[in-house]
Ligand binder design. Structure first.
Ligand code: ARG
Length: 466
């Protein structure tokens, strides 16, 4: 037929009531094998645990169970060797594996699907996959945090300008700036750990949506598959994709952190800033301008965030109108998660490499730290502390000093005592002790502040927390 309808064969798994097969377009919109083949290992593991439980409860014979396990092992090696033939007619990974099992072991294969449905099967496979991905993400974040801790330690007293509005604000240390990212990625890692705990319930045995009348043992399968316990409501179990949404939310927040860092790397590596030099391993040249070294890896990390955020919005939108329980819409969950996971892994790995490799240009940071009247707040604080001025008056006096320095084209520390005293008579030569960037930084000893002594304490605290 013109639309490619295949009238010949109905589906061997569910085709009992169908006289003809699906149209080619139906097959194309329906099939998920193109992407859910990624779940083969989880699917096989789940089926083995299910078959073992069915046999232990006397629902299938030990002999059938043995055949099923042996057949599944064969299929696992076929897939891993690349010799397994995936068929789009068989829709998804679950039916591809079951059909192959039937070819390999005959009728015993038909007993595997007792007391389960593809609805709880896919929920199981996907949960197992997301759990493993979260565990991987946790390890990658730990490596990124470790890279930052090392850089922070080396640079606990490397002075740089701190910014607000990307305008020079007050001097800080590069170590302190690195530790800001340790806090961010530490929160991401805590979210990952929490999500692992959250999803750690086994869906298998919820069946289509209502549970089953067979005397199954869901605690047994949960344990065999490494879950804490089985889920508690069969309807929720087959309609829940919170674990995927949580993964994508966490990935989006983490990608947002990576993107902010990427933006800083792009800015810092410009000749104008020149705070860092990227290694050759994480930059590229220009095909026309020989002088250029481009921060492509950082730019791509920044861009991956768009994809990851897009995946979160896509899946939220898929889920928002779905009545309980399972609907086929939910098949659209996997590609979003797979794509976001791949992007996030790449982004974390690239960022870890860049942080480990980058050269810190201390001289450039130091020079910039002193420019822009970055110690003006220190002058105001000195006037409060030593001359007893109210802070608002001290702020005004300091403003006059900045205006004079600006007029003369020099730093605050370059103004003479005479010039300062003309602005306020109570200023003494002691003021020069606080006008240097090193003194400014060393004075910020409040908990979580930028003083090298404080930064070192925070590094030690994080080192004890991996
Ligand atoms: N391929 C389907 C998915 O990914 C598997 C579940 C199908 N269940 C069903 N009742 N059609 O969601």
């Amino acid at each position: 037929m013109a639309d490619g309808t295949d009238q010949k064969s109905s589906n061997q798994m569910w085709g009992g009531r169908f006289a003809s097969g699906p149209s080619a377009i139906m097959e194309e919109i329906n099939a998920s094998i193109g992407f859910d083949k990624k779940l083969y290992a989880q699917d096989i593991r789940g089926s083995m645990a299910h078959a073992t439980m069915l046999a232990s409860k006397g629902i299938i014979s030990p002999d059938d169970k043995d055949k099923i396990i042996e057949g599944l092992n064969t299929i696992l090696s076929e897939i891993e060797a690349g010799t397994f033939e995936f068929s789009r007619k068989l829709e998804d990974i679950h039916m591809n594996i079951e059909a192959r099992l039937a070819t390999l072991i005959g009728t015993a294969a038909g007993r595997l699907h007792t007391a389960r449905s593809r609805n709880d099967q896919v929920a199981l496979d996907f949960r197992l996959w997301v759990k493993e991905e979260l565990q991987k993400t946790e390890g990658m974040l730990t490596a990124l945090i470790a890279a930052f801790l090392d850089r922070a330690e080396e640079n606990a007293d490397t002075v740089m300008p701190g910014f607000t509005h990307l305008q020079t604000a007050q001097p800080v240390t590069f170590g302190h700036h690195c530790m800001a990212y340790v806090e961010m990625f530490g929160r991401d890692r805590a979210r990952v750990r929490h999500a692992i705990e959250h999803l750690d319930e086994s869906p298998i045995g919820a069946a289509a949506l209502a549970g089953t009348g067979y005397p199954i043992d869901r605690h047994m399968t949960a344990k065999a598959l490494g879950f804490r316990e089985p889920t508690r409501n069969s309807i929720d179990t087959v309609s829940d994709r919170d674990f995927a949404l949580e993964f994508l939310s966490i990935a989006s927040i983490c990608a947002t952190h990576l993107s902010r860092l990427a933006e800083e790397i792009v800015i810092w590596s410009t000749p104008q800033f020149g705070f860092i030099r990227l290694s050759d391993a994480f930059s590229t040249g220009s095909s026309i301008m020989p002088q250029k070294k481009n921060p492509d890896a950082a730019e791509l990390v920044r861009a991956k965030t768009g994809r990851i955020n897009g995946s979160l919005v896509a899946l939220l939108t898929v889920m928002k109108g779905l009545p309980l329980a399972y609907s086929k819409d939910m098949q659209e969950d996997k590609e979003q998660v797979f794509d976001a996971a791949e992007s996030l892994e790449l982004a974390i790995a690239a960022m870890t490499g860049m942080i480990r490799d980058l050269e810190v240009r201390k001289d450039r940071m130091r020079a910039a730290a002193g420019s822009g009247y970055s110690t003006a707040t220190d002058l105001a604080d000195w006037l409060v502390r030593e001359a007893g001025l109210p802070f608002r008056d001290a702020h005004h006096v300091t403003g006059n000093a900045v205006a004079l320095a600006e007029k003369k084209g020099c730093d605050l520390a370059d103004l003479s005592l005479k010039e300062l005293q003309a602005i306020h008579p109570d200023i003494t030569k002691g003021v020069f002790d606080v006008l240097s960037v090193e003194a400014s930084v060393a004075s910020r000893t409040s908990f979580g502040g930028t003083a090298p002594s404080e930064v070192k304490k925070q590094i030690a605290w994080w080192r004890g927390r991996n």
